[in-house]
Design a protein around this ligand. Sequence first.
Ligand SMILES: Nc1nc2c(ncn2[C@@H]2O[C@H](COP(=O)(O)OP(=O)(O)OP(=O)(O)O)[C@@H](O)[C@H]2O)c(=O)[nH]1
Ligand SMILES: [K+]
Ligand SMILES: [Mg+2]
Length: 326
Amino acid sequence: MTTAQKIKDIEEEMAKTQRNKNTEYHLGQLKAKLAKLRRELITPSGGGGGGPGIGFDVARTGIASVGFVGFPSVGKSTLMSKLTGTHSEAASYEFTTLTTVPGTMTHNGARIQVLDLPGIIEGAKDGKGRGRQVIAVARTCNLIFIVLDVLKPLNDLAILTNELEGFGIRLNKKPPAITVRKKESGGPDATIEDFIDVVEGNRVYVPAIFVLNKIDAISIEELDLLYKIPDSVPISSQLWLNIDELLEVMWDKLNLVRVYTKPRGQQPDYSSPVVLRRGKCTVEDFCNAIHKEIVKQFRTAMVWGTSAKHSRGQKVGLEHVLEDEE
Ligand SMILES: Nc1nc2c(ncn2[C@@H]2O[C@H](COP(=O)(O)OP(=O)(O)OP(=O)(O)O)[C@@H](O)[C@H]2O)c(=O)[nH]1
Ligand SMILES: [K+]
Ligand SMILES: [Mg+2]
């Protein structure tokens, strides 16, 4: 029996089992088995299939990457070509794009890599089409655009979220803060799902934007309803509508930190910030982003902005954490 078949069997058994106090243990065991099998899919041991695949691994550039995931013909390539200026074939037939097509864009002074990907279909995670290779690339991105056809966004979103979850990708979720401790009664403070995620340790937590494309095809009244979907941005990649909002939300979700250099006695250079990732934005990270040798000669830095104590600036050391636009 193949791993995909074993997964399917377990999923079917879980679907058949009613969820209540008596079946909780059994369901937990099934869930754990499922997690193990899916891990095998992600990191196959010898001949298991699901490797990177030709045309999927591309050279990575820029401070952050955005991967496009969606059903075929929702307009991923149209959007990617216009955002980056790199041509990615777009056409009215499905599976126009067959490999990863990389491009780059500069936004707020940050170079961002954009990865256009082939369309995926239901069953992708279990090996349908090139789904596994596509999702494997998405796993490595700092942000995922789930591109949806505005005419049927919710059903498609549910399917895609499920496909990505099956591959260990958690969208717009924080890693659960779990510590296991013995209590007088009851168990640990987490759902079984959270617990398995922590024990398995192969989950990635990736921010996502649900890009609702082709709004040129719907009415204003229908558009109003769409704004109720959390983390979504309605656009038209063809008519270039509402792309400003998409870029704004993208910037927020990427969580980048811009730091401007200031020559002594001169104004800061606002045209080319040093861009860092939040969580890796100390003065030391800043120095290393410019040149590895700087830290060796470092004595002290002057910082102006929200992390500085005074408006006239503050002397700080290598461990000082910088904020955006300092
Ligand atoms: N009406 C409308 N059509 C669009 C829009 N964006 C793309 N299309 C059309 O949708 C079709 C598919 O576009 P693609 O960019 O090839 O879609 P894709 O998601 O990259 O498709 P695959 O690579 O096959 O998965 C083309 O005929 C586009 O012209 C849009 O905003 N509005
Ligand atoms: K297409
Ligand atoms: Mg395409």
